[in-house]
Design a protein around this ligand. Structure first.
Ligand SMILES: NC(=O)c1ccc[n+]([C@@H]2O[C@H](COP(=O)([O-])OP(=O)(O)OC[C@H]3O[C@@H](n4cnc5c(N)ncnc54)[C@H](O)[C@@H]3O)[C@@H](O)[C@H]2O)c1
Length: 360
């Protein structure tokens, strides 16, 4: 990599090559997640954040300041369509806007031929998910979804072990996500019409990992949930504060998942375990417990300790450079989102919902 001084002194063709190595990125949505993604992007070799957009100008300004603090320069916008019209030289977009905006923004970006890193979920209805997936299939650019846990070193190591077959066949995935309530300062998190409720907005990460472990979509699902503690809190709340879901797959394989926000101190916990015929795998720890031995096996995770989001964004840049299909591509995000929508439908309608009816 050339220094800036060397670059300025170099002939134009070398400068053009050097510039080509850089991937010019626009960030849409500079709130909680967008600022986190931006922070990682600014640390990644070969990424240049050229524009930031947020409907709240102060957020776009704050993001541009973060870019400037790292020696870059980003134009600010409050209208993403204007940004796409004016910024003709960007290669990629990182989208971190509220869930109800994903369909519109993702499709607009994909239709411009740009690469897209899009936060999850894909969209909030099956039809909208299909529309985004189909746009991604037609698109010139790479689309990667924000299921960054697929890039978490321990979980990736666990998944390689499961998929190698060395732990036998998958019998059951057991997950729990028990914690405190959602951050109150983000209003749309509490409106199910804007976030699809907590299965689609939050539980989706763990459900995606389990579906990936099993390797196919479920046949049917049943569940129950509601609002037991945080009734109308914050005022107008329409999302649940707890639920449990059971998914059944071919061959009787199951996902059993419990998610709630009732966390008194000391009772918080996330668990992601896959039980197989030869033992059990802990996804979070990246460990295998054989059925017949006492000793646990720590699975080899070359990037252990590195942040999943950073690795996911680094993979996005690599996928763009090499034209590779992302691990968390639009097709896998489509299935993950449908699994979550299926769970929500089963809970709301208090009945067994089948994959067939989801897919229409
Ligand atoms: N992958 C993860 O682990 C993870 C974690 C948190 C959030 N998320 C996802 O990130 C996205 C953003 O969530 P958040 O927590 O940052 O919410 P947020 O409300 O803090 O941020 C969203 C930002 O988008 C802006 N915005 C809204 N509509 C816009 C539009 N049309 N154009 C441009 N900007 C617009 C808002 O002003 C806000 O600043 C959501 O899809 C959420 O599901 C993912």
């Amino acid at each position: 990599m050339m220094s800036r001084r060397e670059l300025l002194a170099a002939p134009a063709i070398v400068r053009a090559q050097e510039r080509k190595e850089k991937i010019r990125i626009a960030v849409i949505g500079a709130g909680n997640r967008g600022s986190f993604l931006l922070r990682h992007l600014l640390e990644l070799e070969g990424a240049e954040v050229a524009a930031v957009c947020d409907i709240l100008p102060e957020r776009a300004d704050a993001a541009a300041t973060a870019v400037a603090q790292k020696g870059g320069s980003a134009r600010t916008f409050t209208d993403y369509r204007r940004m796409l019209d004016e910024m003709k030289d960007i290669d990629a977009v990182v989208q971190a806007t509220p869930d109800y905006t994903h369909r519109e923004i993702d499709i607009a970006v994909l239709e411009r031929g740009l690469h897209l890193y899009a936060e999850k979920p894909l969209a909030l209805t099956v039809e909208d998910c299909r529309a985004v997936r189909d746009a991604a299939r037609r698109a010139k650019g790479v689309m990667q979804a924000g299921f960054q846990l697929r890039h978490d070193p321990a979980r990736a190591a666990a998944m390689r072990w499961i998929h190698s077959g060395r732990a036998g066949r998958v019998l059951l995935c057991h997950g729990m996500r028990h914690g405190g309530d959602l951050p109150r300062e983000i209003g749309w998190y509490f409106d199910r019409t804007k976030c699809g409720d907590i299965v689609v907005d939050q539980g989706i990460h763990i459900l995606d990992l389990f579906r990936w472990a099993i390797g196919k979509p479920p046949l049917r699902c049943y569940g129950d949930g509601g609002t037991a503690l945080f009734i109308d809190t914050p005022p107008g709340r329409t999302v649940m504060d707890h639920y449990s879901l059971i998914y059944e797959f071919e061959g009787g394989v199951q996902i059993n998942f419990s998610h709630h926000y009732f966390d008194p101190p000391g009772f918080t916990g996330i668990q992601e375990r896959v039980f197989l015929s030869e033992g059990a795998v802990d996804l979070i720890r990246g460990e295998f417990q054989p059925r017949t031995e006492r000793q646990r096996v720590k699975l080899e995770a070359p990037e252990a300790g590195q942040d999943a989001t950073r690795l996911s964004l680094a993979a996005f840049l690599d996928n763009i450079r090499h034209g590779r299909r992302p691990l968390n591509d639009a097709d896998s995000a489509y299935e993950a989102t449908l699994v979550a929508l299926m769970g929500t439908r089963a809970i709301y309608e208090k009945r067994i919902v089948t994959w067939k009816e989801m897919e229409g």
